[in-house]
Design a protein around this ligand. Structure first.
Ligand code: NAD
Ligand code: WQD
Length: 338
C-alpha cells in the first residue's frame, strides 16, 4: 500500500518511514531538503535494506506534486513537510504561512482530485498555548501566540471544515505531538538542526559533545518541581509508531476528523533532563541559569489516554532511553549528516 510521506527526510519523517516499512506499508517520500539532507534518506534505505521511492519536490509546487500523484495510487498521505521554528516564524510569518498552510492546501486539493482521502497531519501541542491546566486533553481550549502555532491551528481548522462538508469522504487524523527527542537506536539517524539549536535536547547534546560550551537554562522560577520548565518528552520512535497506528485506525474508520495527543503523559523539568543526559552519556553538561525565554510556559504535558483507548498506542520508551539514544546519535555523528 503506497503511502505519501511529505517531509520524509526530516527528523520525525525519517523515523516514520522506517516504522511504516516495518508495518508493511510502502512509504513514498517527498521532500525539498529545505531542512534535511539526502544522507538521511540514504541511511533510512540502508537501515531498511530497501530503496524507497523519493521525489525532490516542494509541496507548494502543485504541478510537480500532481506528477507524483499521477505515478502512484496512494492509500493515504502523512504530512510532515513544514517549517517548525517558533522564533523564525515571528521573523518570517509569510514564509511560515506559505509553507505550512498554503503547502497543505496544495496537498489537500490534489488529494481531493485524486480521491486520496486519508490524511494524517503533524500538529503540535503548541496549539494549546499556555494551558489552563495540565495534563492537557484534546478538548482543552486552543490558542496560539506565534505564526508557527497559528499555522498549525489553521490547518486543523481547515481539516475540520473539510470533514464537515456535505458528502465528505476525508478521514483526517490530527496528531498533536508533545516534545519529540531521541533517535533511532542504531545511532544512524537523528535530529540534525541547522546552526545553533533552539530546542533543549539538541542543545544539551551539542554541549556534551563539545560543540557548544554551556547550556543556558531559561528560568528557574517557574511553579514546577525545581523551578525549571516541565515538558512531555517523547521518544521519536514511539512517535513514529503512533503514526502507523493512526494510519491503521483511519483506514478502518468512517469519514471524519479525529484528533489525538501523542505524548507520554509524564513531565520532566529541564534539570531532570540534564541529569538523565549526564548519566546516560557520562559527560558533564555545564549550565547557567538565565532569564526566562519569551513565550515559554511553565509546564506542558499530555493526557495521553485517548490515543491509548482509541489507537491502542502508548509511548513505551523511558526518559533514560530517550537521552541515551540521543547521545548515541550525537556522539557517533558530531556534525550530524555532514
Ligand atoms: P524537520 O524540519 O526535521 O522535517 C520537516 C521536513 O519537511 C524537512 O525534511 C524539510 O526539508 C521538509 N520540508 C519543509 N518544507 C517543505 C516543503 N515546502 N516541501 C517539501 N518538503 C518540505 O521537522 P520535524 O521535527 O521532523 O517535524 C515534522 C513535522 O512535525 C513538522 O510539520 C513540524 O511542524 C511538526 N512538529 C514537530 C515537532 C518537533 O518538536 N520536532 C513538534 C510538533 C510538531
Ligand atoms: C523545552 C524546555 C525551555 C532550550 C518547542 C516548540 C513547540 C514544539 C516543540 C513544534 C523549555 C528549556 C530550551 C535551551 C532551555 N515544536 N530550554 N534552554 O519550547 O517546549 O517547544 O518545540 O511544534 O511548538 O515551541 O521545546 O526544547 O525549546 O524547550 O532551558 O537552550 O527547555 O525553556 O522549558 P518547547 P524546547
Amino acid at each position: 500500500m503506497d503511502i505519501l510521506v511529505t517531509g520524509g527526510a526530516g527528523y520525525i519523517g525519517s523515523h516514520a518511514v522506517i516504522e511504516l516499512h516495518k508495518a508493511g506499508f510502502n512509504p513514498v517520500i517527498v521532500d525539498n531538503f529545505s531542512n534535511s539532507k539526502e544522507e538521511a534518506l540514504r541511511r533510512v534505505n540502508e537501515l531498511c535494506s530497501k530503496e524507497f521511492t523519493f521525489y525532490r519536490t516542494d509541496v507548494r509546487d502543485a504541478v510537480a506534486l500532481s506528477e507524483v500523484f499521477a505515478k502512484h495510487q496512494f492509500a493515504a498521505a502523512i504530512h510532515f513537510a513544514g517549517l517548525k521554528a517558533v522564533g523564525e516564524s515571528c521573523e518570517q510569518p509569510l514564509n511560515y504561512y506559505q509553507n505550512n498552510v498554503a503547502g497543505t492546501m496544495v496537498l489537500l486539493e490534489l488529494m481531493a482530485q485524486h480521491a486520496v482521502h486519508n490524511f494524517i497531519f503533524s500538529s503540535s501541542a503548541t496549539v494549546y498555548g499556555d494551558p489552563d491546566s495540565v495534563p492537557i486533553n484534546e478538548a482543552a481550549a486552543t490558542r496560539t501566540t506565534n505564526p508557527y502555532g497559528a499555522s498549525k491551528l489553521m490547518v486543523e481548522d481547515i481539516s475540520r471544515d473539510l470533514c464537515l462538508a456535505p458528502n465528505n469522504a476525508f478521514k483526517v487524523c490530527l496528531l498533536r505531538y508533545f516534545n519529540p527527542i531521541g533517535a533511532h537506536h542504531s545511532g544512524r539517524i537523528g535530529e540534525d538542526p541547522n546552526g545553533i539549536p533552539n530546542n533543549l535536547l539538541p542543545y544539551v547534546s551539542q554541549v556534551a559533545v563539545g560543540k557548544l560550551k554551556r547550556l543556558q537554562v531559561f528560568g528557574d522560577d517557574y511553579d514546577t518541581v525545581d523551578g525549571t520548565g516541565v515538558r512531555d518528552y517523547i521518544h521519536v520512535v514511539d512517535l513514529a509508531k503512533g503514526h502507523v497506528r493512526a494510519l491503521q485506525y483511519i483506514l478502518e474508520k468512517p469519514a471524519d476528523c479525529y484528533t489525538f495527543n501523542l505524548g507520554t503523559g509524564n513531565g520532566y523539568s529541564v534539570l531532570e533532563v540534564v541529569k538523565a543526559f549526564e548519566q546516560a552519556s557520562g559527560k558533564t553538561v555545564p549550565y547557567d541559569i538565565a532569564l526566562r525565554r519569551a513565550g515559554d510556559i511553565a509546564a506542558c504535558f499530555a493526557d495521553a489516554s485517548l490515543a491509548k483507548a482509541e489507537l491502542n498506542w502508548q509511548a513505551e520508551y523511558s526518559i533514560e532511553r530517550m537521552v541515551s539514544d540521543a547521545w548515541r546519535w550525537q556522539s557517533k555523528n558530531p556534525n550530524g549528516y555532514e
